[in-house]
Design a protein around this ligand. Structure first.
Ligand SMILES: C[S@@+](CC[C@H](N)C(=O)[O-])C[C@H]1O[C@@H](n2cnc3c(N)ncnc32)[C@H](O)[C@@H]1O
Length: 208
């Protein structure tokens, strides 16, 4: 899916119940796994309309919500305005092209890694952007057969991931306490008309 696809999909993004349910499960799993607190300076990468980030923001000091889709960020900006949220800042940025000067206590990324060609490079960047003692949380699809998005989808760089491989990658980048858990099973009718479940994992780790 290209940036344009997400721009177009943004206005109706939250209308799909399965997305809202999945985001709630991911947010709940991050919240129950990591010691979130109101002093944390956090970054979300691939924030979309903020389904995960806005659920976690009340437990954090600040959240920088990053995405490359201006359409997604417009929807998020409107929610921030409507709900008078003061600690979330939307930011359009591609971390595979440029970095940020700040360092973070928490970085999380939900259902976005499979859209990133150089996924390992992005994970390395996340690790660089964490403060010592900071936490990373990445939720995504387990390896699937390509039916999740279907053959027409563009911008899908990975058909999910083998979480065990990602555990090794994060350990190689110096994260400790790297762990993986299943957090959701997304039921979807694929392009072949077959209903099936796609498991979603949450990978967490701590720097230093
Ligand atoms: C499947 S959506 C997930 C949105 C949100 N995390 C959620 O769970 O509802 C993937 C998001 O990743 C964003 N995205 C795609 N490629 C990206 C990139 N290279 N850098 C940052 N965000 C990207 C899209 O614009 C989209 O908002």
């Amino acid at each position: 899916m290209s940036g344009k696809h997400f721009d177009k999909a943004a206005a109706g993004w939250d209308q799909k119940l399965r997305r809202v349910e999945m985001a709630a499960k991911i947010a709940a799993a991050i919240s129950s796994t990591l010691p979130l607190n109101k002093k944390m300076i956090a970054l979300e990468y691939g924030c979309g309309t903020g389904l995960v980030g806005l659920a976690l923001a009340p437990q954090l000091a600040t959240l920088t919500a990053v995405d490359t889709s201006s359409g997604m960020l417009e929807v998020l900006t409107q929610k921030i305005k409507d709900e008078k949220i003061t600690n979330v800042t939307p930011l359009r940025l591609d971390l595979s092209q440029e970095s940020l000067p700040e360092r973070f206590d928490l970085i999380f990324c939900a259902m976005t890694l499979h859209h990133i060609k150089e996924a390992d490079q992005l994970l390395a960047r996340f690790c660089d952007l964490l403060k010592d003692g900071g936490y990373l949380a990445v939720a995504d699809l387990k390896t699937e057969d390509g039916t999740f998005h279907g053959p027409e989808a563009d911008g899908v760089m990975h058909h999910g991931f083998n979480p065990a491989e990602l555990v090794k990658t994060l350990a190689k980048f110096g994260l400790n306490q790297v762990a993986v858990q299943n957090v959701h099973s997304l039921v979807k009718t694929n392009d072949a008309g077959v209903e099936r479940a796609y498991p979603v994992f949450l990978l967490t780790g701590k720097k230093g």
